[in-house]
Ligand binder design. Structure first.
Ligand SMILES: Nc1nc2c(c(=O)[nH]1)N[C@H]1C(S)=C(S)[C@@H](COP(=O)(O)OP(=O)(O)OC[C@H]3O[C@@H](n4cnc5c(=O)[nH]c(N)nc54)[C@H](O)[C@@H]3O)O[C@H]1N2
Ligand SMILES: Nc1nc2c(c(=O)[nH]1)N[C@H]1C(S)=C(S)[C@@H](COP(=O)(O)OP(=O)(O)OC[C@H]3O[C@@H](n4cnc5c(=O)[nH]c(N)nc54)[C@H](O)[C@@H]3O)O[C@H]1N2
Ligand code: SF4
Ligand SMILES: [Mo]
Length: 695
């Protein structure tokens, strides 16, 4: 029996697992002991990886849609030629930017890197990722406040913190292993605090729950900041030595009085004061935020308002502290820095001459081949298709027909495409409907590559099972199209994932994410390595759980962190008489993953999952509406669409609030086309709706 250590490719924790293999079948899966992230633990999704991936049919060939709508299988080489030919044809006919890609945070670093090279450099076009739906807000917030997209924490901080504050994060469901780390916290008297309009599973397990009004976090943070200043609960040395613009911030928050904060958040003045005192009493306060913050119309400023609280109280860079953004997908951190979409490989602006020169040198191409500007954003790509400007789309490892906000717009858009390539492990996903080409690729269990987790840790994915005839990986599919495009020498060094890893490592040199001290071989069967890990400084970075900013030095030109702030905006989509309720959305259960293409394949997850779309409704509202448990209601959204849901009656949502898990396509039928102005991340979590009972 052979043992292969590899990485779970669901969530951003990147648990490592030992797969025991006999006769090319997994006979046992055990969470890797001693791995610093999950040390012998994992969740049901990781444990059932082999079962899910066993449902991916082996040995399939690409399919091309024929004039009569039927699909014909073709050999891989022909598939590559077809896609390459079409991409070129469209570009010649309609211009370079008439084709686009939608990438992902769930592939290996090498896979989205080569996609970024082919599409963004060689074809000079746009590729955005599903990370736009998820982490774009944190990226912008980090860049502006810290100077680089560099979350500073290590998971160990959860065990060392005496005051753990979750804002718009539900780790009990979404990051169970992270929640496990909270439970391992043995600091006497430590407190867990949850800020969430909903009494989430995490709120139920916390010491304090602040059930504020949806979308009022920014107001709450400014009110808290003002209180901290008024009471002089500040770390003056830290502010003075390591930050900029505090004086302006201090003036700015004066308008955020306790009364105003209480009125807008729906919390009582006493609750806000209690929170202020809790922050002040903590010696090691850590703030953790996820999608309840990132997915809003003033999300970037909200994330930065959380960062401001950490900065002004000196809760950053020390054990158990930080303003910490929790990442979602297994390799979202990798895609943020190595997908060549919003910034160069390894970071840096596309217009920075020094960076251009360096990247061109590493990749061995002319500078003129490199992408010249950040990509069009996801919403601009969809709008471009709808406007008839984009005629070709290649999506991989994401299911936007289901997950995109206001998802009927995606269905509408793809009807206009002349080329629509879908690359996935399942051809049954909603997004594959109507594609002109389907590329069936092997699942993670048959691939190799690198992942970066939420605390910047690189880990190795290594093939657990051998591949059979015609089975190719995402990497090879993209490389195949690149070759068919005639990229020639521009693909030198890119022949294998390992080669790509070396190129990316070199691109990271002297950047904040420098991992030049990591080798492909050393990563295998390892404990993973957090960046930064520069060559020549391995000894200095020997610790397995490292945090950034311990020296109080940030990545901005002045080396100081920035207080960034802006007045609270009026909600562009408030509840109205016509749409009096607010649809909140998010994860439903530990076993279900996003659009469920994968987890519905696992019998023991499927057996306990609700089969049809449902939502949670407050007991009082249900009573008023004459609605009983599991009755069907029709929900009509401000976006003009409606959908039917079964009702689960609960005390855990507010009276005006409905909560729908995202694992059903109905959910995003109702969400609006509304984005944060800076990150362009969709505002998924607060849609005005009305109810109609179905008879
Ligand atoms: N089982 C499972 N785990 C997952 C995933 C999955 O699909 N299934 N997906 C992974 C991914 S990609 C991601 S990004 C993460 C997401 O992880 P989380 O962000 O933790 O999960 P969500 O359920 O999207 O949202 C978290 C909370 O935000 C709250 N919220 C909504 N509006 C507001 C608001 O205005 N203010 C505040 N403070 N809170 C609000 C919601 O009520 C919800 O409880 O989970 C990852 N883990
Ligand atoms: N209303 C609402 N909507 C949301 C959210 C929300 O909180 N509320 N959250 C948003 C967030 S945070 C996220 S991250 C997105 C997620 O949205 P998606 O990325 O669309 O969701 P997934 O179901 O993870 O899609 C991954 C796809 O990749 C396929 N796949 C798996 N492994 C491989 C592989 O190795 N290769 C290839 N090529 N394909 C593979 C799967 O079959 C699946 O079709 O949803 C967003 N949508
Ligand atoms: S916690 Fe995340 S990485 Fe760990 S097994 Fe579960 S889904 Fe996989
Ligand atoms: Mo996500």
């Amino acid at each position: 029996m052979k043992k292969v250590q590899s990485t779970c490719n669901y969530c951003s924790i990147d648990c490592n697992l030992d797969f025991y293999v006999e006769g090319n079948q997994v006979v046992k899966t055990v969470p890797t002991r001693g791995y610093p992230v999950n040390d012998g633990f994992c969740c049901i999704k990781g444990l059932s990886l082999d079962k899910q991936q066993a449902t991916v049919k082996p040995g399939r060939l690409p399919k091309i849609r024929q004039e009569d709508g039927s699909y014909q299988e073709v050999p891989w080489e022909e598939g590559f030629r077809h896609v390459a030919g079409k991409l070129k044809e469209l570009q010649e006919k309609y211009g370079a930017e008439s084709v686009a890609g939608i990438s992902t945070g769930q592939l290996t670093l090498e896979e989205f890197a080569i996609f970024g090279h082919v599409m963004r450099n060689y074809l000079k076009t746009n590729v955005d990722g599903n990370t736009r739906l998820c982490m774009a807000t944190a990226v912008v917030a980090h860049k502006q406040s810290f100077g680089f997209d560099a979350p500073g924490f290590t998971l160990k901080d959860l065990e060392l913190s005496d005051t753990i504050i979750f804002i718009g994060a539900n780790p009990v469901v979404a990051h169970p292993v992270l929640w496990g780390r909270v439970r391992q916290n043995s600091v006497p008297g430590h407190k867990v605090i949850v800020i969430d309009p909903r009494r989430s599973e995490t709120a139920m397990n916390a010491d304090y729950w602040y059930g504020l009004k949806w979308r009022s976090d920014l107001l709450l943070c400014y009110t808290i900041a003002n209180q901290l200043i008024e009471k002089d609960y500040l770390d003056h040395n830290f502010i003075q030595g390591h930050t900029e613009h505090f004086e302006e911030f201090k003036e700015f928050v004066k308008g955020y009085t306790l009364e105003r904060g209480a009125e807008g958040t729906g919390l009582s003045p006493g609750q806000i004061t209690e929170l202020v005192e809790l922050i002040h009493a903590g010696k090691r306060v850590s703030f953790w935020w996820t999608m309840g913050v990132n997915q809003g119309y003033e999300a970037v400023r909200t994330a930065q308002a959380i960062i401001n609280l950490a900065l002004m109280t000196g809760n950053i860079g020390r054990p158990g502290t930080g303003a910490n953004s929790i990442t979602g997908q297994c390799n979202a951190m990798g895609s943020r820095t190595f997908s060549n979409t919003a910034a160069f490989f390894g970071g840096g602006d596309f217009t920075n001459p020094a960076r251009r020169g360096r990247i061109a040198q590493v990749l061995g191409v002319e500078e003129s081949m490199l992408a010249e500007k950040p990509t069009k954003t996801y919403n601009q790509i969809i709008e471009g298709i709808l406007a008839g400007e984009i005629k070709g789309l290649w999506i991989l490892c994401t299911n936007p027909r289901h997950s995109w906000t206001n998802n009927e717009t995606f269905a509408e858009a793809v009807k206009k495409l002349e080329l629509f390539v879908v690359q996935d492990i399942y051809d049954t996903i909603e997004s594959a409907e109507g594609c002109t080409v389907f590329f069936p690729v092997v699942p993670g269990i048959k691939k190799e590559g690198t992942y970066i987790n939420l605390e910047r840790r690189l880990s190795a994915m290594r093939p657990v099972l051998e591949r059979g005839e015609n089975e190719i990986s995402d990497y090879e599919a993209i490389l195949g199209v690149g070759r068919a495009l005639g990229m020639g020498d521009a693909l030198k060094g890119w022949e294998t994932p390992q080669g790509c890893f070396r190129l990316m490592r070199e691109c990271s040199r002297n950047m904040p994410c420098d991992f030049t001290g990591v080798t492909w071989e050393k990563l295998e069967n390892s404990h993973g390595v957090q960046w930064p890990y520069p060559e020549g400084k391995e000894e200095e970075n020997r610790e397995e759980q490292r945090r950034l900013y311990e020296d109080g030095i940030f990545f901005t030109p002045s080396k100081k962190a920035q207080f960034v702030f802006e007045e609270v905006r009026e909600n562009p989509l408030p509840a109205t008489k016509e749409f009096p309720y607010i649809l909140n959305t998010g994860r439903g259960s530990v076993g279900q993953w996003h659009t469920q293409s994968r987890t519905k394949e696992v019998k023991f997850v499927e057996d306990v999952s609700v089969k049809k779309a449902y939502l949670y409704m407050n007991t009082r509202l249900a009573k008023e509406q004459g609605i009983q448990e599991m009755d069907q209601v029709r929900v009509v959204s401000v976006n003009g669409q409606w959908a039917d849901f079964a009702v689960k009656v609960t005390e855990n949502v507010q009276y005006e609030e409905l909560y729908a898990p995202i694992h059903y396509i109905e959910c995003n039928k109702l969400t609006p086309s509304l984005y944060d102005p800076y990150s362009k991340e969709p505002s998924y979590k607060a849609t005005p709706v009305r109810l109609e009972k179905k008879r």
